[in-house]
Design a protein around this ligand. Structure first.
Ligand SMILES: [Zn+2]
Length: 248
């Protein structure tokens, strides 16, 4: 009796593997190959299309993939775009030899570079809700629905899976075509917690600190895709800033 049960179980696992996992992985690899072969012009056509979305001005940026490298693998710096409230114009770097904590740098950066890879800072579309409150639209799936020109630009890079390509571009922390906000690199706006919310308090005024940035572990030096690195500050005491790390 036992061998039959065992053989059935092995067959079932093999069928699941062949029917579900293999096609999923082939699709994933195809989209990633397309993303890696995109030219700067093709990616710029995609990102500039997203800049036109949103009914109110953006206050937050997302880091999206490019295929440019600086040639210095240990280079890591993020300029905060001017439209990000309070922190716009500053540059974030990694502190000390451990390089696990963020800090502001007096040196200005002209582009976002993480581990030698260049990222495009894309303003996150912001719309008014029915009650008139502005809200950031982080999910790239929504961008495509609102914008046929964007779909064309994506189709230029990946004709078969244009919408999924956008998720790959906006999920630089991991190679998946299913968008997950906990793998998004974000400047300003709100954070996407991996665990329960853990806002630090300002050591001077004791008030809850506000979001400066979230960076997935996969974009930190030598880190695995696990975890998220958050950076918070106090609008009143702008030299006080704290890094919080959470793991799944
Ligand atoms: Zn304070």
């Amino acid at each position: 009796m036992m061998p039959i049960v065992l053989i059935s179980l092995v067959s079932l696992i093999t069928i699941v593997f062949a029917v579900v996992l293999v096609p999923y992985n082939l699709k994933r690899k195809h989209i990633i190959r397309c993303a890696r072969s995109a030219t700067n012009e093709q990616l710029e056509a995609i990102y500039s299309n997203i800049e036109c979305l949103g009914s109110v001005e953006s206050t937050c940026a997302a880091l999206a993939r490019t295929n440019s490298r600086t040639g210095h693998d240990d280079e890591w710096k993020i300029p905060i775009p001017p439209y990000v409230e309070t922190w716009g114009g500053r540059t974030i770097v990694l502190k000390g030899p451990e390089r696990e904590v963020f800090e502001f740098s007096p040196e200005k950066a002209d582009k976002a570079v993480l581990n030698g890879c260049v990222y495009r800072l894309v303003p996150v579309p912001r719309n008014l809700t029915k009650s008139g409150k502005p809200r950031n639209q982080f999910s790239p799936n929504k961008y495509v629905a609102e914008n046929p020109a964007l779909l064309n630009a994506l189709g230029d890079v990946c004709a078969k899976y244009p919408a999924e390509l956008l998720s790959v571009l906006f999920n630089p922390g991991i190679e998946t075509f299913e968008f997950d906000s906990t793998f998004q690199a974000r400047i300003g706006g709100s954070v996407s917690w991996v665990q329960d919310a853990e806002f630090p308090n300002c050591p001077l005024c004791k008030k809850r600190m506000v979001t400066i940035m979230q960076i997935p572990g996969g974009l930190m030096p030598g880190k695995s895709p696990d975890g998220m690195f958050y950076f918070f500050g106090c609008a009143k005491h702008q030299d006080e800033a704290k890094t919080v790390v959470q793991f799944t």
